[in-house]
Design a protein around this ligand. Structure first.
Ligand SMILES: Nc1ncnc2c1ncn2[C@@H]1O[C@H](COP(=O)(O)OP(=O)(O)OP(=O)(O)O)[C@@H](O)[C@H]1O
Length: 305
């Protein structure tokens, strides 16, 4: 294992009793840029981050973060990692100014300019109690604290859950335009593909505790296409449709969302009786959700054993 990766796992496995949450996961996330980690509910994202951050032991395999084993992180290693999750857990009875002063003491690399820059996007007063902040303000305050710490790695786990559209936009803008964020590697876990599309340079997809795809979001999107065909009667048996992710009949037309198909898919449709057909690109949301939906109903592997 090397220092070129901020996160590196080898055969990382986590079992909760009979449940397999991480299944011999091999994952390498290189230093720099914004990486989105996505997956259906239960894919193992939170489990992965709990292990990586040293909050919980793995069952077997190796997990390293910033070049150190996750189960041997020292306070000085933790100080290099910023973490923001959807709960935004902060002492509600303290004023925002007191929390910021406490963090300033705790983190030797504290950057007041980064704190001021991010908090400037929000109407947060320093004499206001944390418990009085709105959800969006609390998310922004948390981001300001995490970035002021000058982390080498910033982990954001569903940071905008429960925020309205305006607060989400403010959060993303304060992340994207922060100078401090440019200097660190960001891991962004989210179910919200429009956010992922906006922020991520790299898209990591987990499924049943395994890595199933890692590429630029646009490259992943380009693997999925949407075909509309005018096929009289039922059309081909779904099990014979190459790369099929989703199928729907709408207004008498067959819609196919397919993976890794080129123009020869048109020939397949014609051979299946299509009188006319058209292919079109899909949004990242449709591509990822179609991909995840395909295996969603499949039994988990441990249930098959
Ligand atoms: N403490 C626990 N005890 C037993 N099973 C658990 C525990 N925590 C998680 N699991 C199980 O492990 C699997 C992975 O859960 P995890 O929370 O890591 O998924 P996730 O990808 O973060 O999901 P979500 O997107 O819903 O937050 C799930 O099947 C879940 O039921």
């Amino acid at each position: 294992m090397t220092d070129d990766y901020v996160i590196e796992t080898r055969m990382l496995t986590k079992r909760y009793g009979r449940k397999l949450a991480l299944d011999a996961l091999d994952l390498r996330i290189p230093r720099g840029r914004i990486h989105a980690v996505v997956g259906a509910n239960g894919a193992g994202k939170s489990t992965l981050f709990r292990i990586l951050l040293g909050f919980m032991p793995q069952t077997s395999g190796a997990a390293r973060i910033l070049g150190r084993d996750s189960d041997a992180l020292r306070p000085q290693d933790r100080a290099r990692i910023g973490f923001v999750n959807e709960e935004h857990t902060l002492p509600g009875w303290m004023t925002t100014g007191a929390v910021a002063a406490m963090q300033r003491q705790q983190y030797p690399r504290w950057r007041q300019d980064a704190f001021d820059e991010v908090i400037g996007h929000y109407h947060v007063l320093l004499d206001q109690k944390v418990g009085q902040l709105s959800r969006g303000e609390r998310a922004g305050f948390n981001l300001a604290l995490a970035l002021a710490q000058s982390p080498e790695l910033l982990v954001l786990d569903e940071p905008t859950l429960g925020l309205d559209v305006v607060a989400k936009r403010a959060f993303l803008e304060s992340l994207l335009y922060s100078n401090a964020a440019e200097d660190c590697t960001v891991i962004y876990c989210s179910h919200q593909m429009e956010e992922v599309e906006r922020v991520a340079d790299n898209l990591v997809i987990l499924e049943h505790g395994r890595l199933v795809s890692m590429s630029a979001p646009d490259d992943f999107r380009a693997r999925v296409s949407h075909w509309v065909a005018d096929i009289p009667f039922k059309g081909p048996d779904p099990s014979s449709v190459p790369g099929l992710l989703e199928q729907q009949r709408l207004d008498g037309l067959q819609h196919y969302i397919v993976l890794d198909q080129d123009e020869s898919f048109g020939e397949f449709l014609r051979a299946a009786g299509a009188r006319s057909m058209q292919s079109m690109p899909v949004s990242l949301d449709r591509a990822v959700n179609g991909f995840l939906a395909k295996n969603h109903a499949a039994p988990a592997r441990e249930d098959l054993r």
